[in-house]
Design a protein around this ligand. Structure first.
Ligand SMILES: N[C@@H](CCC(=O)N[C@@H](CS)C(=O)NCC(=O)O)C(=O)O
Length: 215
């Protein structure tokens, strides 16, 4: 199977996680962010992740891909258990965290941003809904302080180092991509319980964290 992704994309990380958890090999391709042709050819719109299955049919939507790999496994790994506290936390943080993270993305060495035109494409598209990147970069210290406070709250929600609810669930799939992207931000103060969970999920999914790219 073949998975088309962007490295910065939280939905793509969700799809990558399920392959890692099941230790199922998948061929990964990182598309340039301004490549509209391949996604359109595969699913008729410009959106990743896309899984091309063994029968050559293409599937979009991260959670459909997660469910597809789960349902094919003799030993499904994700419980349906949901933490209302985590859902609330993700919703609260979702209000502002893109203002911190999106302006950083085109300054990284991610494969999807290797060309000037791919960086320009991303910047123009994301600024249209999150706001001017230069203005957001000026707010970075305030946004970092907000997430540092919220990570303290998250530490109280995490039940066990290997799984946010004590056993692996879709909640782990929802949380890990955000925390992975936050490893790009060098000023983050990681509470111990959050750092342990983050590292354990990175190990279990075989998806590297981004500290090497942090600035
Ligand atoms: N509901 C979709 C959302 C996927 C999504 O929003 N992907 C973004 C990247 S994070 C995308 O491809 N956006 C179009 C673009 O970047 O041009 C899913 O869960 O897979």
């Amino acid at each position: 199977m073949h998975l088309y992704v962007y490295d910065h994309c939280p939905f793509c990380v969700k799809a990558r996680m399920i392959f890692g958890l099941h230790q199922q090999p998948v061929e990964l391709s990182f598309l340039l962010n301004d490549d509209e042709i391949i996604p359109h050819q595969l699913i008729g719109k410009k959106m990743l992740p896309i899984l091309v299955k063994d029968d050559n049919s293409a599937m979009g939507e991260s959670l459909d891909i997660v469910d597809y790999i789960e349902s094919r496994s003799a030993t499904p790994m994700l419980s349906e258990q949901q933490s209302p506290a985590l859902a609330q936390w993700l919703s609260d943080v979702g209000v502002y965290v893109n203002k911190l993270l999106l302006p950083i993305m085109p300054t990284t060495d991610f494969a999807e941003f290797l060309t000037a035109s791919s960086r320009d494409y991303f910047t123009e598209k994301k600024q249209a809904y999150v706001g001017d990147f230069a203005a957001l970069i000026a707010q970075r210290a305030t946004l970092v302080e907000k997430i540092n406070q919220d990570l303290l709250r998250l530490a109280e929600i995490i039940v066990a180092p290997h799984a946010v609810n004590g056993t692996l669930s879709y909640d782990d799939i929802h949380l890990f991509p955000l925390l992975r992207n936050l490893t790009l931000v060098k000023e983050i103060r990681w509470p111990k319980a959050v750092a342990e969970w983050r590292d354990a999920l990175s190990t279990q999914t075989a998806i590297p964290l981004l500290f090497d790219l942090a600035h």
